[in-house]
Design a protein around this ligand. Structure first.
Ligand SMILES: Cc1cc2nc3c(=O)[nH]c(=O)nc-3n(C[C@H](O)[C@H](O)[C@H](O)COP(=O)(O)OP(=O)(O)OC[C@H]3O[C@@H](n4cnc5c(N)ncnc54)[C@H](O)[C@@H]3O)c2cc1C
Length: 416
């Protein structure tokens, strides 16, 4: 019986119950006495990744934690805290994170568990800022891992398979200001021929399209105010917007972060959406595939070839970039990536009917699906896309030999 739904309402959790422990001891009691457990974050994933037939554990009721270490330039926070809340506290203290996802509403532990990312040629995903983790494992032990430990690179993007991430230590840097501008109608030919130049034209760059138009509808540039910018009122033939915009035409931009080049704190410009509002559109499903950036033009062309099937069930697509990293289950493991994102209308059957065609078209490029979004993988190629998957499986079996934190998603896509 469905008890609760995810944020998008497209997935009902099968779990017997959702537990919200208020202390580490309460959380320990749950993991050591339950047969099946899964960690639940802010419920922003679109698939059955967090689910279980046993107990879902939300750490949102645990004590907050926020400790800046000036010597190490890190902040240690409770895993269930939202990025937006951590970012506000950090900025007040004069510090910043390197990147943010499109929305600030997601939990820290839930976001890093799936390699959630923002955009930027030089910016790794959010998990790359992790310097340390504390994980409550099924035997009740609290295990600490720090960058450089042999198991660390496997434990950050964990898909919740190792235990409950109770606290996370993140790299920080001095606070900085960002100004955001939107450019309209970037010709496809220019975008494809000069993709690297376009995507490196600011600290963070996102291209929005519905694939059907003659040009790319919007390019969102987020520039650091302290970095010299040579951008005028045109960008490779696209022209600067003169009023605030939502990336989906016809929707009010009131939930979008400030635009028109007005400088402001990093955490109020790097996300596309404001913390106090519903992000994106609300009624939606999302999918996203990460492709090695050297294939960007060919992969984008492949999607344009499917425009006739994509556009009718699409709200908007975002094309963005993320830098390579060494985290075993990161979707950018070993390769700078271009991310092909789809915000669909909330029609699960139609989306699932189309995804095999998209996945087939992207298969030649070794596309890795976002772990937290809807994908199919009917040819079971996902395991072959992660060179260190065997090491991850071994890690899981060492941390959780009885597979208390196992579920159908992990069996299907990870084989453990
Ligand atoms: C409107 C919207 C916009 C989005 N924008 C982006 C974007 O810009 N970039 C991007 O990459 N993704 C984006 N996403 C996807 C989202 O960032 C990921 O699905 C993310 O994992 C959600 O985090 P969550 O806290 O909601 O985790 P949940 O969805 O609740 O869980 C996700 C995974 O994290 C695990 N987990 C959660 N908490 C813990 C914990 N304490 N310890 C261990 N494991 C834990 C769960 O078990 C599960 O495996 C977006 C989603 C939505 C709804």
């Amino acid at each position: 019986m469905t008890i609760e739904y995810n944020w998008a309402g497209n997935y009902g959790y099968r779990a017997e119950r959702i537990a919200t422990p208020r202390s580490l001891d309460e959380a320990r009691d749950i993991v050591t006495t339950s047969r099946l457990v899964r960690p639940l974050g802010s419920r922003h994933s679109f698939n059955d990744l967090p689910d279980t037939d046993g107990v879902l554990v939300s750490l949102a009721g645990m004590p907050q934690q926020f400790e800046v270490d000036l010597d190490w330039r890190t902040v240690t926070v409770a895993g269930a805290m939202r990025y937006g809340d951590v970012a506000r506290l950090l900025n007040e203290a004069g510090w910043a994170l390197h990147s943010m996802a499109s929305l600030p509403h997601i939990s820290i532990a839930g976001a890093i568990a799936t390699a959630t990312h923002g955009s930027g040629n030089r910016l790794g995903n959010l998990a790359t800022a992790v310097r340390g983790l504390e994980i409550l494992t099924a035997d009740g032990e609290l295990r600490s891992l720090t960058r450089g430990d042999p198991e660390f690179a496997g434990a950050v993007v964990s898909l919740g398979a190792l235990g409950l991430v109770v606290s996370v230590t993140l790299d920080i840097q001095p606070s900085f200001e960002v100004s955001q501008r939107i450019f309209e109608n970037l010709p496809w030919a220019v975008a494809l021929e000069h993709f690297d130049s376009v995507s490196s034209s600011a600290y963070s760059v996102s291209l929005f399209t519905d694939w059907s138009e003659e040009s790319i509808g919007q390019v969102w540039l987020k520039a650091r105010v302290d970095e010299a910018s040579a951008i005028g009122d045109t960008l490779f033939g696209a022209t600067a917007a003169t009023e605030p915009l939502h990336m989906i035409r016809g929707i009010s931009p009131e939930n979008a972060t400030e635009q028109l080049g007005v400088g402001g704190p990093w955490h109020e410009r790097l996300p596309h959406f404001r913390l106090a509002f519903t992000p994106s559109n609300g009624e939606e499903i999302q999918s996203e595939y990460l492709v090695p950036r050297r294939f960007a033009a060919a992969a984008i062309e492949a999607m344009r070839g499917l425009a006739g099937r994509i556009t009718p069930i699409l709200q908007i697509s975002e094309i963005r970039t993320v830098a390579a990293d060494e985290l075993w289950l990161s979707t950018a493991y070993g390769e700078d990536a271009v991310c092909l994102h789809f915000t669909w209308v909330r029609d699960q059957d139609a989306v699932e009917a189309l995804l095999p065609a998209i996945e087939d078209a992207l298969a030649p490029f070794g596309a890795r699906p976002h772990w937290g979004k809807v994908f199919i993988d009917r040819h079971a190629v996902v395991p072959s896309l992660y060179p260190q998957l065997d090491d991850f499986r071994d890690l899981v079996l060492r941390y959780d030999p009885n597979r208390v934190f196992g579920n159908a998603f992990l069996e299907r896509h990870i084989g453990v």
